[in-house]
Every structure is written in structure tokens, then in C-alpha cells.
Ligand binder design. Structure first.
Ligand SMILES: NC(=O)c1ccc[n+]([C@@H]2O[C@H](COP(=O)([O-])OP(=O)(O)OC[C@H]3O[C@@H](n4cnc5c(N)ncnc54)[C@H](OP(=O)(O)O)[C@@H]3O)[C@@H](O)[C@H]2O)c1
Length: 272
């Protein structure tokens, strides 16, 4: 077993999905703070704006062999940011099961497998941080987003339950739930709505609001500040949320009955 990492040692971070958006911003901030940073992409050679100081590794989270190869290539990792994700939309009746399975593979199972592979080293060294990038939609579920909401609720469940397993070994596990963040994710969202769908009108109303909110959302750099808090806190909290008026809406969530809260979320997206 290796001895605990001295506090002055240079820490290594692995950020999944570092080719754009929140992952790129987090990777850049960690380089600035002196970490050795591995950032992942399915196609590292095609990263549009590579960040100086980030070492890119190939990772497809839907493929366990790729997850294992990535963990092996990264070696000892002190900080894991499970950020990569697919945003998916569609009425539940019309979501193809292979799409639902893919979103869970990517947003949940791949991240869980990577975490499993990196936790033993963190434990042995007596220090580590795992940050799951969830979504505020897991706390505020929205119609036509069921597969995505469920995947982000699932990763939060893994995070919450794992905390006490590894905290005695100096390892902190946290979920960061972003609200609407202006990363261009709307253009990359997968959508499944059948032609002539009975949900078409409501679906379009919801999507238009969603895309407008994202375009008006806060920057990836603001989310990064929260991810850094989770990484650098002596005792990271189980959950941090950022964007979409998080402090106010989480306070309301504690006060309101669940049915009222769900209705407000729907109304905020144009659904009566
Ligand atoms: N933007 C928002 O409003 C918002 C709100 C709440 C939560 N989030 C969450 O925040 C995270 C980052 O979102 P973002 O807005 O920054 O999105 P983004 O810019 O679209 O980034 C997604 C990242 O995931 C990677 N990725 C996609 N498919 C992958 C796969 N199969 N295997 C491994 N990596 C894969 C992409 O890398 P390659 O394409 O290079 O492989 C990309 O770097 C996601 O988990 C998202 O759900 C975003």
C-alpha cells in the first residue's frame, strides 16, 4: 500500500468530457491551480480548442473497455470530475429503449465504473475527491426529460450513498447540480419525438423554453467555481447547486409540497 500523499505533492485530476463546456472550463481552472490534468474526449485528436497543460485521453463512457483503458492511462488520480454527459429529451412513450440505455451507460454506469477503478488508489493514498456533475433537473424534474432526469437522479444516489463508504479514508464524494448553463448543449441534445406525436405541442413549448433558458444561462466558468469549492473543501458537502437561482429555488423546494413544486417547474417551462 502506498503511503499517504504529502500535502505539498502535486495533485492529479481527471475531468471527463473536457472537450467543451463545463468540463473544458473545469480542466482549464485546475491547470491554473497547479494540478496535473487529464481531460477526456471520445476523439482527443479532434478537440476544437485544446487547453494548454491538459493531457487528453480517449474515453467513451458507453464502453467499459474504454473506461478501463482510460483509468489505466491516467494512473494515480486524486480528483475525479465525472462531468461528461448526454442531454436527452422525449416523451417517455416515444423514447427508444436503446437511447434510454445509452444515456444511462454514459451518465451513470460509465461514471460509476470509472469511479470504481479510481477509488482504491485514493483510499490507499488517504486523500481523494470525486465530483459527479448532475443536474438541477434531478431535484426539479421536468416533463419530456424523464430519461435525463432519472440518470442524473441515479448518479446523485450513487454519490450520496458512497460518501460514507469512503469518507473515513479521506475521500470526499459530492454532486454538483448545475441549472441552465450557456454551453451550447441545446445543439447537442438528443431528441426523440415521433411524427404526429400527441405530445408535439407541449413538447415544443417545453423545448423552446429550455433552449431559451440555456442561452440566457450562466457561464461554464461560474459552474467551475462551484466544482472547485467541492474539490478543495476540507469537508465537501453532499450537494452543491449553481445557476437558475439555485439558493432561492432550493429553499422553496424545502417549503412546498412536492406536487406544487412539480407544477411550478412545469409552468416555468410553459406547461399549464
Ligand atoms: N449545460 C447545461 O445547461 C447543463 C445543466 C445541467 C447539467 N449539465 C451537465 O453538465 C455536464 C457537461 O455539460 P456541458 O453543457 O458542458 O455539455 P457539452 O459541452 O455538450 O459537453 C459534454 C461532454 O461530454 C462528452 N461526451 C459525450 N458523449 C460521451 C461519451 N459517450 N463518452 C465520453 N464522453 C462523452 C463530450 O466529449 P466528446 O464529444 O469530445 O467525446 C463533451 O466533452 C453534463 O453531464 C450535463 O448533463 C449541463
Amino acid at each position: 500500500m502506498s503511503s499517504p500523499t504529502p500535502p505539498t505533492a502535486r495533485r492529479t485530476a481527471l475531468v471527463t468530457g473536457a472537450s467543451s463546456g463545463i468540463g473544458a472550463a473545469v480542466a482549464a481552472a485546475l491547470v491554473e491551480r497547479g494540478y496535473r490534468v487529464f481531460g477526456t474526449s471520445r476523439s482527443p485528436e479532434k478537440v476544437a480548442e485544446p487547453i494548454t497543460g491538459v493531457e487528453y485521453l480517449a474515453l467513451d463512457l458507453t464502453d467499459y473497455a474504454s473506461v478501463e483503458a482510460c483509468a489505466e492511462a491516467a494512473g494515480d488520480v486524486d480528483v475525479l470530475v465525472n462531468n461528461a454527459g448526454e442531454s436527452q429529451n422525449g416523451p417517455i412513450e416515444e423514447l427508444p429503449m436503446d437511447a434510454v440505455e445509452r444515456v444511462f451507460r454514459l451518465n451513470v454506469f460509465g461514471a460509476v465504473r470509472l469511479t470504481q477503478l479510481l477509488l482504491p488508489g485514493m483510499r490507499a493514498r488517504g486523500h481523494g475527491r470525486v465530483v459527479m456533475v448532475g443536474s438541477m433537473l434531478a431535484s426539479f424534474p421536468l416533463a419530456f426529460r424523464s430519461s435525463y432526469v432519472a440518470s442524473k437522479a441515479a448518479i446523485k444516489g450513487f454519490s450520496d450513498a458512497t460518501r460514507r463508504e469512503v469518507s473515513p479514508f479521506g475521500v470526499g464524494v459530492t454532486t454538483v447540480e448545475p441549472g441552465s448553463i450557456n454551453t451550447g448543449i441545446s445543439e447537442r441534445r438528443t431528441q426523440y419525438v415521433a411524427e404526429g406525436s400527441p405530445f408535439e405541442a407541449d413538447y415544443r413549448t417545453m423545448v423552446n423554453t429550455l433552449n431559451t433558458n440555456e442561452a440566457k444561462g450562466i457561464s461554464a466558468e461560474k459552474v467551475t467555481a462551484t466544482v472547485l469549492r467541492a474539490i478543495e473543501a476540507r469537508s465537501p458537502r453532499p450537494l452543491y447547486a449553481v445557476g437558475s437561482n439555485a439558493p432561492l429555488v432550493f429553499a422553496l423546494r424545502r417549503l412546498l409540497p412536492r406536487s406544487v413544486m412539480l407544477r411550478i417547474v412545469a409552468r416555468k417551462h410553459g406547461l399549464r
